[in-house]
Design a protein around this ligand. Structure first.
Ligand SMILES: [Zn+2]
Length: 333
């Protein structure tokens, strides 16, 4: 049994939502997290994706003299939340404690911070590797060529399809968003979760009743094969049920650990005791310094749902968003 923790390293403000939900939500802006998912069991630790940072984005992705324009829209700069090393330090870990690093795909926002994990066993699908960069339409989706060249000198294994990392931790080839995307199927004490290797949101997997009349799932707005993406999403949903974790789901901002890591043998509950419901807040999460870290190192403040997003908006709306800068109104999804 493993535990899963989303480590939010940065976020992208005001992203056009239809870039994630194909043919849905055009003109709606959404803040999306860039996440590295920590998978642990006693004596073993892995990361699914390593995320990116504002510095890497500014240095390697954004044009030097202006903001990036992507599909006709100004792409607001990446904002740091917390470096991955800090997330690990809070858990008493360092990068060398990571045994395995899985890259779901090779878009820059998922693989930029690979350097600290160069000694871990890195897994990427060969089909993804051989087709990166995939097409000129997605030129801004990829890291510079030197980044991949450096990665090739690391402890990198190219996989040909599904791969078992350990009992209860499998990788499955799920192309469609990119040519060789992969997803992780992880068994926890709260059930089997699938970390879906595509740039999507929860809404993609769980559309509203109205949306799902023709779309059982909503494919990613950016895709290399629309039908393949749709079919792979159905497969992921069949495996994960209501436990699919999409890479950019805003819920990751406020989500705790999926199942508390047993640090010492838990006392046996009295007969008939009820364990906390899945998703209910546990005391260790209430004290989680990650919540304090977002507001400043010395303040431990309980956040109400939505409060964090509010602060982020306030900080960035007016200086970064051309619509708001000119007095326009924009809905945030
Ligand atoms: Zn992404």
């Amino acid at each position: 049994m493993f535990t899963i923790e989303p480590l939010v390293v940065a976020y992208g403000p005001h992203r056009e939502k239809s870039r994630f939900t194909y043919m849905h939500n055009a003109g709606v802006a959404i803040d999306i997290p860039y996440v590295s998912w920590l998978i642990r069991k006693p004596g073993f630790a892995a990361l699914i994706d390593v995320g990116c940072s504002a510095g890497d984005y500014a240095t390697h992705i954004r044009p030097v003299d202006r903001q990036l324009v992507h599909v006709g829209q100004v792409f607001a700069d990446v904002v740091d939340v917390k470096p991955i090393e800090s997330h690990l330090r809070e858990r008493g870990m360092k990068p060398s404690d990571i045994d395995v690093t899985v890259l779901t795909h090779l878009d820059w926002d998922h693989c930029m911070t690979i350097e600290p994990f160069s000694e871990s066993q890195i897994y990427v699908q060969r089909r993804e590797w051989d087709n990166t960069p995939s097409h000129e339409m997605f030129a801004t989706s990829f890291a510079p060529a030197e980044h991949y060249a450096r990665m090739e000198q690391m402890n990198l294994t190219k996989l040909d399809g599904d791969h078992r990392i350990d009992e209860g931790f499998d990788l499955i080839l799920t192309p469609g968003h990119t040519q060789g995307g992969q997803s992780a199927v992880v068994k926890t004490s709260e059930g089997t979760y699938v970390i879906a290797g595509m740039c999507v949101l929860k809404e993609n997997f769980y559309p509203s009743e109205e949306q799902s009349e023709h779309f059982k799932v909503i494919p990613p707005g950016g895709h290399t094969d629309l039908f393949e993406a749709y079919d792979q999403m159905l497969r992921i949903k069949e495996l994960g049920g209501d436990k699919v974790l999409p890479l950019h789901m805003p819920e990751a901002f406020d989500m705790g650990r999926i199942r508390t890591l047993p640090e010492r043998p838990a006392p046996q509950p009295p007969f008939g005791a009820v364990s906390p419901a899945p998703g209910s807040r546990r005391s260790d999460e209430e004290e989680d310094p990650r919540l304090a870290g977002r507001l400043g190192p010395s303040r431990l403040v309980r956040l109400r749902p939505g409060q964090l997003r509010h602060q982020r908006r306030r900080r960035h709306d007016h200086d970064r968003d051309p619509v708001l800068r000119h007095g326009g109104r924009r809905e945030t999804g």
